[in-house]
Design a protein around this ligand. Structure first.
Ligand SMILES: *Cc1c(COP(=O)(O)O)cnc(C)c1O
Length: 479
């Protein structure tokens, strides 16, 4: 009060002006934050923000990573992975299931199995396991890695490992070996060959049903060659040591109904199957929970989990069935949001045709690094890494660095808004939600190097995978 009393009118005036300016700046910043859809749970961007200089910031608790500074230091293209985001997701998922199990008085137990195929990088798998995830394996090579962790005494031997995917002789032999060593490996039988091969298997087994139901999703194919049909399974009569009924209907299921309807059907089938298989005690509902890549309002995890537990309870009670244990194998849901891929815009090209297009050429490749762009026309949430606070934007299409006309991203033809290259010294572009599937699908078209992988955890950046040199890439091709 004392100082204010001595301020001149003019000083007070500049002070309020300053405050107003600050407020305005903040409102402006929030405006841009909203524009780029940051800080929004429904977009998985709750940890993303814009610095006062208009640069992309990702927070980990009270720590923050300035993505612009990081890519300037480590170069591009780079993938930046945040393991704590996987930890949070797995913990949240398990806690939410257990909370609803309590709320609804459900008697079965819940198990989360991380489907290793979604991302097999050690940096992805270990945080999930450390938070209590079990594993779902899709091949002998994935199971081999589990074996190694067990042998090194790093995994609790109680970890539950469901084994999906077609079983080669090697795969079957490894399952037998790990079972003999006292591990909880559960083969999920997919066909008659596996049924025969596992006739003498002493441990518990699961069976995969191809439910007689259709849902809307990209992967809902006319023909599904996974698992047995419902009729086929019923014809098998008693199946030795059967404990798990498994289905995996699709990925990126964008409606609640698409996840609840199969569950209802499966509960009915479970009851029938249990008549001859009294040891059947677990329903594994597979993967499928969706990521809001560019769409908002899919459903939130709480809603989804609540509906699942409630449906399982209602159906089981209606069928006079002991509440089965529940397994989910959501992969994309857990892994996708934890990684971003950053490219630099190298050049601008104006292609004059009937509908003029402006292209930015990036220093990486969609076909190589984000293969789903090409394979399934994946739409990504893309944002600039710097100059996020400019209103001067341009609608552009993006071209990858390979010499392939399919190496492009157009957001389904709509184009994406980015700062104008003329106005900035350099421009980096971040693709969000790239943690699922892209790594194992990655390739070397035109012998381009894969992006470096940076791991951002506990406030530090570590290099998970160095940027490949020309020599290293050549070596992979026998040079
Ligand atoms: C791929 C796969 C999953 C994971 O699917 P998401 O859609 O990523 O959740 C789970 N279970 C099985 C058997 C799979 O093949």
């Amino acid at each position: 009060m004392f100082t204010i009393a001595y301020q001149t009118a003019k000083e007070m005036d500049t002070q309020t002006k300053k405050e107003k300016k600050k407020k305005k700046q903040k409102a402006k910043k929030n405006g841009f934050k909203k524009f780029w859809k940051l800080g929004v749970d429904a977009y998985n961007t709750q940890h993303f923000d814009i610095s006062k200089d208009g640069e992309l910031v990702v927070r980990e608790g009270n720590f923050q990573y300035n993505i612009f500074d990081i890519v300037k230091k480590y170069g591009s293209p780079s993938e930046i992975f945040f393991p704590t985001m996987i930890e949070d997701k797995v913990r949240d998922l398990i806690d939410t299931f257990n909370a609803f199990i309590k709320i609804y008085g459900y008697k079965g137990k819940f198990f989360y199995h991380y489907p290793m195929k979604v991302n097999q990088n050690k940096e992805f798998v270990l945080p999930a396991v450390a938070e209590g995830a079990n594993l779902d394996i899709s091949s002998v090579n994935e199971l081999h890695l589990v074996k190694r962790m067990i042998e090194q005494d790093k995994f609790n031997t109680k970890i539950r490992v469901t084994c999906n995917g077609p079983k080669t002789d090697k795969y079957l032999a490894l399952i037998e070996e790990l079972h003999a060593k006292g591990m909880n490996v559960i083969p999920i039988i997919e066909n008659h060959h596996e049924l025969d091969a596992l006739k003498k298997f002493k441990g518990p087994v699961g069976i995969r049903v191809n439910l007689n139901i259709k849902i809307k999703s990209h992967w809902d194919k006319k023909f599904n060659y996974f698992g047995f049909t419902e009729d086929e399974i019923l014809k098998l009569g008693k199946i030795r040591n059967l404990t798990i009924l498994h289905y995996h209907i699709s990925s990126q299921i964008e409606t609640l109904d698409g996840l609840i309807k199969p569950l209802k059907r499966a509960m009915g089938f479970f009851a029938t199957l249990k008549e001859k298989n009294s040891g059947l005690d677990t329903l594994d509902i597979g993967g499928g929970a969706a990521i809001p890549y560019t769409k908002k309002n899919l459903y939130n995890m709480k809603n989804l989990v609540g509906r699942i537990v409630k449906t399982a309870k209602t159906q089981a009670d209606r069928l006079h069935l002991k509440h089965p244990n529940l397994i989910v194998e959501w992969g994309r849901f857990v892994a996708a949001p934890s990684q971003i891929t950053v490219y630099r815009a190298l050049a601008e090209k104006n292609i004059e045709t009937k509908n003029d297009k402006v292209w930015y050429v990036i220093d990486g490749s969609f076909m190589n690094d984000l293969l789903d762009t090409w394979a399934i026309h994946q739409k990504w949430h893309m944002i600039p890494v710097n100059s996020m606070n400019t209103k001067k934007l341009k609608k552009v299409w993006l071209a990858g660095s390979s010499c392939d006309s399919d190496d492009k991203y157009t957001a389904g033809g709509d184009g994406i808004l980015l700062p104008r290259l003329d106005d900035v010294e350099e421009l980096y572009i971040a693709v969000l939600d790239t943690g699922a599937y892209q790594d194992a699908l990655a390739s070397h078209h035109c012998l381009l190097s894969s992006p470096a992988k940076l791991i951002a955890a506990h406030g530090e950046i570590k290099i998970g995978r160095k940027r490949e040199t020309a020599e290293e890439v050549g070596k992979e091709f026998g040079w």
